[in-house]
Design a protein around this ligand. Structure first.
Ligand code: FAD
Ligand code: NAP
Length: 317
Protein backbone atom coordinates (compact mmCIF):
# COMPACT_ATOMS: atom_id res chain seq x y z
CA UNK A 1 0.00 0.00 0.00
CA UNK A 2 1.25 3.47 -0.87
CA UNK A 3 2.66 5.43 2.05
CA UNK A 4 2.97 9.19 2.53
CA UNK A 5 6.32 10.24 4.01
CA UNK A 6 6.36 13.71 5.56
CA UNK A 7 9.41 15.77 6.41
CA UNK A 8 10.57 19.33 6.95
CA UNK A 9 13.17 18.86 4.20
CA UNK A 10 12.71 16.68 1.15
CA UNK A 11 15.79 16.07 -0.96
CA UNK A 12 15.64 14.47 -4.40
CA UNK A 13 18.98 12.94 -5.36
CA UNK A 14 21.78 11.22 -3.45
CA UNK A 15 24.96 12.52 -5.11
CA UNK A 16 27.40 14.86 -3.35
CA UNK A 17 24.90 17.77 -3.55
CA UNK A 18 21.93 15.90 -2.06
CA UNK A 19 23.97 14.16 0.64
CA UNK A 20 25.72 17.36 1.73
CA UNK A 21 22.36 19.14 1.91
CA UNK A 22 21.19 16.20 4.04
CA UNK A 23 24.15 16.41 6.42
CA UNK A 24 23.57 20.13 7.02
CA UNK A 25 19.78 19.73 7.08
CA UNK A 26 19.89 16.90 9.61
CA UNK A 27 22.25 18.81 11.86
CA UNK A 28 19.83 21.76 11.71
CA UNK A 29 16.99 19.51 12.90
CA UNK A 30 15.08 19.36 9.61
CA UNK A 31 15.00 15.52 9.67
CA UNK A 32 15.63 15.23 5.95
CA UNK A 33 14.43 12.48 3.67
CA UNK A 34 16.64 11.72 0.67
CA UNK A 35 14.97 9.97 -2.26
CA UNK A 36 17.93 8.29 -3.89
CA UNK A 37 16.85 7.66 -7.48
CA UNK A 38 18.23 5.13 -9.93
CA UNK A 39 21.85 5.97 -9.16
CA UNK A 40 22.33 5.94 -5.38
CA UNK A 41 25.47 7.99 -4.69
CA UNK A 42 25.31 9.72 -8.07
CA UNK A 43 27.88 10.01 -10.84
CA UNK A 44 30.94 9.34 -8.67
CA UNK A 45 29.76 5.76 -8.24
CA UNK A 46 30.63 5.09 -11.89
CA UNK A 47 34.21 6.29 -11.67
CA UNK A 48 37.28 4.92 -9.97
CA UNK A 49 40.10 7.27 -8.87
CA UNK A 50 39.18 10.62 -7.34
CA UNK A 51 42.17 12.76 -6.50
CA UNK A 52 40.73 16.26 -6.31
CA UNK A 53 38.22 15.95 -3.48
CA UNK A 54 39.83 17.83 -0.57
CA UNK A 55 40.83 16.03 2.59
CA UNK A 56 42.54 12.97 1.18
CA UNK A 57 46.27 12.87 0.53
CA UNK A 58 46.06 9.61 -1.39
CA UNK A 59 43.80 8.78 -4.32
CA UNK A 60 40.37 7.60 -3.17
CA UNK A 61 37.68 5.65 -5.00
CA UNK A 62 34.46 7.40 -6.10
CA UNK A 63 32.08 4.68 -4.81
CA UNK A 64 33.87 4.63 -1.45
CA UNK A 65 33.60 8.41 -1.09
CA UNK A 66 29.86 8.26 -1.74
CA UNK A 67 29.38 5.41 0.75
CA UNK A 68 31.14 7.52 3.37
CA UNK A 69 29.00 10.58 2.53
CA UNK A 70 25.83 8.51 2.85
CA UNK A 71 26.99 7.00 6.14
CA UNK A 72 27.73 10.49 7.47
CA UNK A 73 24.29 11.75 6.38
CA UNK A 74 22.57 8.77 8.05
CA UNK A 75 24.71 9.10 11.17
CA UNK A 76 23.37 12.63 11.78
CA UNK A 77 19.75 11.59 11.20
CA UNK A 78 18.94 11.47 7.48
CA UNK A 79 16.43 8.93 6.20
CA UNK A 80 17.53 7.44 2.87
CA UNK A 81 14.69 6.02 0.80
CA UNK A 82 15.03 3.96 -2.35
CA UNK A 83 12.62 5.36 -4.89
CA UNK A 84 12.61 7.48 -8.04
CA UNK A 85 10.42 10.55 -8.26
CA UNK A 86 8.14 10.45 -11.28
CA UNK A 87 5.82 13.37 -10.56
CA UNK A 88 6.11 16.60 -8.63
CA UNK A 89 3.71 19.24 -7.39
CA UNK A 90 5.41 22.58 -6.75
CA UNK A 91 2.21 24.53 -6.04
CA UNK A 92 3.29 25.79 -2.64
CA UNK A 93 4.61 24.20 0.56
CA UNK A 94 4.35 21.35 1.44
CA UNK A 95 5.75 20.23 -1.90
CA UNK A 96 4.55 16.80 -2.99
CA UNK A 97 6.60 14.29 -4.93
CA UNK A 98 5.30 10.92 -6.11
CA UNK A 99 7.66 8.00 -6.44
CA UNK A 100 7.82 5.14 -8.89
CA UNK A 101 6.73 2.93 -5.97
CA UNK A 102 3.49 4.89 -5.61
CA UNK A 103 4.66 6.41 -2.32
CA UNK A 104 4.20 10.14 -1.79
CA UNK A 105 6.85 12.40 -0.24
CA UNK A 106 5.88 15.74 1.31
CA UNK A 107 8.46 18.34 2.28
CA UNK A 108 8.00 21.81 3.77
CA UNK A 109 11.06 22.67 1.70
CA UNK A 110 12.31 20.87 -1.39
CA UNK A 111 15.95 20.46 -2.43
CA UNK A 112 16.46 19.39 -6.03
CA UNK A 113 19.77 17.56 -6.42
CA UNK A 114 19.03 15.33 -9.39
CA UNK A 115 22.39 15.92 -11.05
CA UNK A 116 23.08 14.92 -14.61
CA UNK A 117 23.06 11.90 -16.91
CA UNK A 118 25.31 10.76 -19.74
CA UNK A 119 24.65 12.29 -23.14
CA UNK A 120 24.51 10.17 -26.28
CA UNK A 121 25.55 11.03 -29.82
CA UNK A 122 22.20 10.22 -31.40
CA UNK A 123 23.76 8.61 -34.50
CA UNK A 124 22.57 5.43 -36.26
CA UNK A 125 23.49 2.18 -34.54
CA UNK A 126 24.03 3.77 -31.13
CA UNK A 127 20.74 2.68 -29.59
CA UNK A 128 20.62 -0.65 -31.41
CA UNK A 129 24.14 -1.61 -30.27
CA UNK A 130 23.82 -0.20 -26.76
CA UNK A 131 24.85 -3.02 -24.42
CA UNK A 132 26.25 -4.92 -27.42
CA UNK A 133 29.47 -2.97 -27.66
CA UNK A 134 28.29 0.62 -27.18
CA UNK A 135 28.44 1.94 -23.62
CA UNK A 136 28.62 5.22 -21.68
CA UNK A 137 30.40 3.83 -18.62
CA UNK A 138 33.92 2.42 -18.77
CA UNK A 139 34.02 1.50 -15.10
CA UNK A 140 30.79 -0.47 -15.52
CA UNK A 141 31.61 -2.26 -18.78
CA UNK A 142 35.40 -2.00 -19.28
CA UNK A 143 35.96 -5.44 -17.82
CA UNK A 144 34.22 -7.05 -20.80
CA UNK A 145 36.98 -5.82 -23.12
CA UNK A 146 39.91 -7.63 -21.60
CA UNK A 147 42.64 -7.91 -24.25
CA UNK A 148 40.43 -6.22 -26.89
CA UNK A 149 40.50 -2.96 -28.83
CA UNK A 150 38.14 -0.17 -27.74
CA UNK A 151 37.45 3.42 -28.74
CA UNK A 152 36.39 6.34 -26.55
CA UNK A 153 34.52 9.29 -28.04
CA UNK A 154 34.95 12.77 -26.50
CA UNK A 155 37.63 15.20 -25.41
CA UNK A 156 36.73 16.23 -21.85
CA UNK A 157 37.89 14.95 -18.47
CA UNK A 158 35.48 12.03 -18.58
CA UNK A 159 36.67 10.82 -22.00
CA UNK A 160 40.33 11.03 -21.02
CA UNK A 161 39.75 9.33 -17.68
CA UNK A 162 37.72 6.60 -19.35
CA UNK A 163 40.49 6.04 -21.91
CA UNK A 164 43.10 5.79 -19.15
CA UNK A 165 40.92 3.46 -17.12
CA UNK A 166 40.28 1.20 -20.10
CA UNK A 167 44.01 0.55 -20.49
CA UNK A 168 43.62 -1.68 -17.40
CA UNK A 169 41.57 -4.07 -19.50
CA UNK A 170 41.91 -3.41 -23.23
CA UNK A 171 44.95 -4.10 -25.40
CA UNK A 172 44.46 -0.89 -27.39
CA UNK A 173 42.48 2.29 -26.75
CA UNK A 174 41.73 4.89 -29.43
CA UNK A 175 40.38 8.28 -28.37
CA UNK A 176 38.22 9.89 -31.06
CA UNK A 177 37.74 13.65 -30.79
CA UNK A 178 35.95 16.07 -33.09
CA UNK A 179 38.57 18.83 -32.72
CA UNK A 180 42.38 18.99 -32.60
CA UNK A 181 42.67 19.95 -28.93
CA UNK A 182 41.27 18.35 -25.81
CA UNK A 183 39.09 20.11 -23.29
CA UNK A 184 40.34 18.00 -20.36
CA UNK A 185 42.74 19.14 -17.65
CA UNK A 186 46.42 19.22 -18.57
CA UNK A 187 47.47 16.63 -16.00
CA UNK A 188 45.10 14.11 -17.56
CA UNK A 189 46.22 15.00 -21.09
CA UNK A 190 49.84 14.43 -20.10
CA UNK A 191 48.97 10.95 -18.83
CA UNK A 192 46.96 10.20 -21.95
CA UNK A 193 49.66 11.21 -24.42
CA UNK A 194 52.33 9.32 -22.46
CA UNK A 195 50.38 6.06 -22.37
CA UNK A 196 51.73 3.41 -24.77
CA UNK A 197 48.32 1.73 -25.29
CA UNK A 198 46.49 4.95 -26.25
CA UNK A 199 46.35 6.75 -29.60
CA UNK A 200 44.19 9.73 -30.62
CA UNK A 201 42.21 10.27 -33.81
CA UNK A 202 41.81 14.05 -34.15
CA UNK A 203 39.08 15.93 -36.04
CA UNK A 204 36.83 12.90 -36.35
CA UNK A 205 33.07 12.79 -35.77
CA UNK A 206 31.17 9.52 -35.45
CA UNK A 207 28.85 9.04 -38.40
CA UNK A 208 27.40 5.70 -37.22
CA UNK A 209 28.15 2.61 -35.18
CA UNK A 210 28.67 -0.47 -37.34
CA UNK A 211 27.64 -3.99 -36.32
CA UNK A 212 24.91 -6.57 -36.30
CA UNK A 213 23.41 -9.31 -34.16
CA UNK A 214 26.82 -10.29 -32.82
CA UNK A 215 27.49 -6.75 -31.66
CA UNK A 216 29.67 -3.80 -32.57
CA UNK A 217 32.42 -4.30 -35.12
CA UNK A 218 33.44 -0.74 -35.96
CA UNK A 219 32.77 2.97 -35.98
CA UNK A 220 32.27 4.94 -39.21
CA UNK A 221 33.89 8.37 -39.03
CA UNK A 222 33.84 11.66 -40.90
CA UNK A 223 36.80 14.02 -40.81
CA UNK A 224 35.47 17.33 -39.45
CA UNK A 225 38.03 19.31 -41.49
CA UNK A 226 38.23 17.47 -44.83
CA UNK A 227 34.92 15.59 -44.82
CA UNK A 228 36.80 12.39 -45.63
CA UNK A 229 35.09 9.17 -44.53
CA UNK A 230 36.83 6.30 -42.76
CA UNK A 231 36.10 3.36 -40.48
CA UNK A 232 37.90 2.12 -37.40
CA UNK A 233 37.37 -1.46 -36.31
CA UNK A 234 36.66 -1.98 -32.61
CA UNK A 235 35.13 -4.38 -30.12
CA UNK A 236 33.77 -1.66 -27.85
CA UNK A 237 32.89 2.03 -28.06
CA UNK A 238 32.54 4.27 -25.02
CA UNK A 239 30.59 7.48 -25.55
CA UNK A 240 31.93 10.13 -23.15
CA UNK A 241 30.63 13.43 -24.51
CA UNK A 242 29.35 14.97 -21.31
CA UNK A 243 26.22 14.99 -19.30
CA UNK A 244 22.81 16.65 -19.47
CA UNK A 245 20.92 17.85 -16.37
CA UNK A 246 18.18 15.52 -15.06
CA UNK A 247 15.33 18.01 -15.12
CA UNK A 248 12.54 16.46 -17.23
CA UNK A 249 10.50 16.14 -14.05
CA UNK A 250 10.48 19.90 -13.58
CA UNK A 251 9.81 21.00 -17.17
CA UNK A 252 6.89 23.44 -17.21
CA UNK A 253 6.88 23.63 -13.41
CA UNK A 254 10.16 25.44 -12.74
CA UNK A 255 12.24 27.82 -14.83
CA UNK A 256 14.91 25.94 -16.82
CA UNK A 257 17.51 27.53 -19.10
CA UNK A 258 17.96 26.69 -22.78
CA UNK A 259 20.19 23.72 -21.92
CA UNK A 260 17.70 22.40 -19.36
CA UNK A 261 19.52 23.47 -16.17
CA UNK A 262 17.42 24.77 -13.26
CA UNK A 263 17.64 28.56 -13.13
CA UNK A 264 18.64 29.90 -9.71
CA UNK A 265 19.13 33.38 -8.32
CA UNK A 266 22.80 34.09 -9.13
CA UNK A 267 25.17 33.05 -6.35
CA UNK A 268 22.42 31.18 -4.46
CA UNK A 269 20.56 27.85 -4.74
CA UNK A 270 17.17 29.67 -4.72
CA UNK A 271 14.80 28.84 -7.57
CA UNK A 272 11.90 31.09 -8.58
CA UNK A 273 9.61 29.20 -6.15
CA UNK A 274 10.07 30.13 -2.47
CA UNK A 275 11.06 27.02 -0.51
CA UNK A 276 12.41 25.16 -3.56
CA UNK A 277 16.21 25.02 -3.85
CA UNK A 278 18.48 23.45 -6.45
CA UNK A 279 22.10 22.40 -5.98
CA UNK A 280 24.89 20.53 -7.74
CA UNK A 281 25.13 19.64 -11.42
CA UNK A 282 21.42 20.19 -11.98
CA UNK A 283 21.93 23.97 -11.69
CA UNK A 284 25.63 24.33 -12.56
CA UNK A 285 26.82 24.07 -16.15
CA UNK A 286 30.16 25.67 -15.42
CA UNK A 287 32.01 23.83 -12.65
CA UNK A 288 30.31 20.42 -12.31
CA UNK A 289 32.65 18.98 -9.71
CA UNK A 290 31.94 16.86 -6.66
CA UNK A 291 33.25 19.56 -4.35
CA UNK A 292 31.17 22.33 -5.96
CA UNK A 293 28.10 20.08 -5.84
CA UNK A 294 28.75 19.51 -2.14
CA UNK A 295 29.28 23.26 -1.65
CA UNK A 296 25.97 24.21 -3.25
CA UNK A 297 24.28 21.38 -1.31
CA UNK A 298 25.48 23.06 1.87
CA UNK A 299 24.15 26.41 0.61
CA UNK A 300 20.75 24.86 -0.18
CA UNK A 301 20.43 23.46 3.35
CA UNK A 302 21.43 26.75 4.98
CA UNK A 303 18.93 28.69 2.86
CA UNK A 304 16.25 26.06 3.49
CA UNK A 305 16.75 26.41 7.24
CA UNK A 306 16.48 30.22 6.98
CA UNK A 307 13.34 29.92 4.85
CA UNK A 308 11.63 27.69 7.43
CA UNK A 309 12.78 29.79 10.40
CA UNK A 310 11.41 32.92 8.74
CA UNK A 311 8.13 31.21 7.83
CA UNK A 312 7.67 29.68 11.29
CA UNK A 313 8.41 33.05 12.94
CA UNK A 314 5.87 34.80 10.67
CA UNK A 315 3.25 32.10 11.44
CA UNK A 316 3.76 32.57 15.18
CA UNK A 317 3.16 36.36 15.03
P1 FAD B 1 24.87 13.42 -9.28
O1 FAD B 1 26.12 12.89 -8.75
O2 FAD B 1 24.59 13.36 -10.74
O3 FAD B 1 23.67 12.71 -8.50
C1 FAD B 1 22.33 12.87 -8.91
C2 FAD B 1 21.43 12.05 -8.01
O4 FAD B 1 20.07 12.35 -8.33
C3 FAD B 1 21.59 10.55 -8.17
O5 FAD B 1 21.61 9.95 -6.90
C4 FAD B 1 20.32 10.12 -8.91
O6 FAD B 1 19.93 8.79 -8.60
C5 FAD B 1 19.34 11.15 -8.36
N1 FAD B 1 18.15 11.36 -9.19
C6 FAD B 1 18.07 11.81 -10.47
N2 FAD B 1 16.78 11.87 -10.86
C7 FAD B 1 16.04 11.45 -9.80
C8 FAD B 1 14.66 11.26 -9.58
N3 FAD B 1 13.75 11.51 -10.54
N4 FAD B 1 14.24 10.81 -8.37
C9 FAD B 1 15.13 10.57 -7.40
N5 FAD B 1 16.46 10.74 -7.54
C10 FAD B 1 16.90 11.15 -8.73
N6 FAD B 1 34.07 15.37 -10.07
C11 FAD B 1 35.14 15.61 -9.28
O7 FAD B 1 35.15 16.57 -8.52
N7 FAD B 1 36.22 14.75 -9.31
C12 FAD B 1 36.27 13.66 -10.10
O8 FAD B 1 37.25 12.93 -10.10
C13 FAD B 1 35.15 13.39 -10.93
N8 FAD B 1 35.14 12.30 -11.71
C14 FAD B 1 34.03 12.04 -12.49
C15 FAD B 1 34.02 10.89 -13.27
C16 FAD B 1 32.93 10.60 -14.06
C17 FAD B 1 32.94 9.37 -14.94
C18 FAD B 1 31.80 11.48 -14.06
C19 FAD B 1 30.60 11.16 -14.90
C20 FAD B 1 31.81 12.64 -13.28
C21 FAD B 1 32.92 12.93 -12.50
N9 FAD B 1 32.98 14.06 -11.69
C22 FAD B 1 34.05 14.30 -10.89
C23 FAD B 1 31.85 15.00 -11.64
C24 FAD B 1 30.99 14.69 -10.36
O9 FAD B 1 30.69 13.32 -10.31
C25 FAD B 1 29.70 15.50 -10.39
O10 FAD B 1 30.02 16.88 -10.48
C26 FAD B 1 28.88 15.27 -9.12
O11 FAD B 1 28.60 13.90 -8.93
C27 FAD B 1 27.56 16.04 -9.16
O12 FAD B 1 26.88 15.76 -8.00
P2 FAD B 1 25.30 15.95 -7.87
O13 FAD B 1 24.98 15.56 -6.47
O14 FAD B 1 24.92 17.30 -8.34
O15 FAD B 1 24.64 14.95 -8.91
P1 NAP C 1 32.54 18.04 -20.97
O1 NAP C 1 33.61 18.69 -20.19
O2 NAP C 1 31.30 18.81 -21.31
O3 NAP C 1 33.22 17.50 -22.32
C1 NAP C 1 32.46 16.87 -23.30
C2 NAP C 1 33.39 16.48 -24.46
O4 NAP C 1 32.64 15.75 -25.43
C3 NAP C 1 34.01 17.69 -25.17
O5 NAP C 1 35.33 17.42 -25.51
C4 NAP C 1 33.12 17.85 -26.39
O6 NAP C 1 33.81 18.32 -27.51
C5 NAP C 1 32.71 16.42 -26.68
N1 NAP C 1 31.40 16.38 -27.32
C6 NAP C 1 30.24 16.94 -26.88
N2 NAP C 1 29.23 16.67 -27.73
C7 NAP C 1 29.78 15.94 -28.73
C8 NAP C 1 29.23 15.36 -29.91
N3 NAP C 1 27.94 15.46 -30.22
N4 NAP C 1 30.06 14.68 -30.71
C9 NAP C 1 31.38 14.54 -30.40
N5 NAP C 1 31.95 15.06 -29.30
C10 NAP C 1 31.15 15.75 -28.47
O7 NAP C 1 31.99 16.71 -20.24
P2 NAP C 1 32.74 15.67 -19.26
O8 NAP C 1 34.07 15.33 -19.77
O9 NAP C 1 31.76 14.57 -19.01
O10 NAP C 1 32.89 16.49 -17.92
C11 NAP C 1 31.71 17.00 -17.27
C12 NAP C 1 32.11 17.73 -15.99
O11 NAP C 1 32.55 16.77 -15.02
C13 NAP C 1 33.26 18.70 -16.22
O12 NAP C 1 33.03 19.85 -15.45
C14 NAP C 1 34.45 17.95 -15.75
O13 NAP C 1 35.48 18.81 -15.28
C15 NAP C 1 33.86 17.11 -14.61
N6 NAP C 1 34.72 15.92 -14.45
C16 NAP C 1 35.81 16.08 -13.67
C17 NAP C 1 36.72 15.05 -13.55
C18 NAP C 1 37.94 15.27 -12.71
O14 NAP C 1 38.01 16.30 -12.06
N7 NAP C 1 38.90 14.37 -12.68
C19 NAP C 1 36.50 13.85 -14.23
C20 NAP C 1 35.38 13.73 -15.05
C21 NAP C 1 34.50 14.80 -15.16
P3 NAP C 1 34.35 19.83 -27.59
O15 NAP C 1 35.56 19.85 -26.70
O16 NAP C 1 34.66 19.97 -29.03
O17 NAP C 1 33.23 20.68 -27.11
Amino acid sequence: MATTHKTRMLIIGSGPAGLTAAIYGARAGMQPIVVQGLQPGGQLTITTDVENYPGFRDVIQGPWLMQEMQAQAEHVGTRMLWDTITDIDLDGSPFRATGDSGDVYEGDVLVIATGAQARWLGVPGEQELSGKGVSACATCDGFFYRGKKVVVIGGGNTAVEEALYLTNHASEVVLIHRRDTLRSEKILQDRLFAHPKISVLWNKAVDRFVGGDKGLTGVALIDTVTGEQSEVSTDGAFVAIGHAPSTELFRGKLELDAAGYVVVEPGTPKTGIPGVFACGDVMDHTYRQAVTAAGTGCMAALDAERFLAHRDFAAGQ
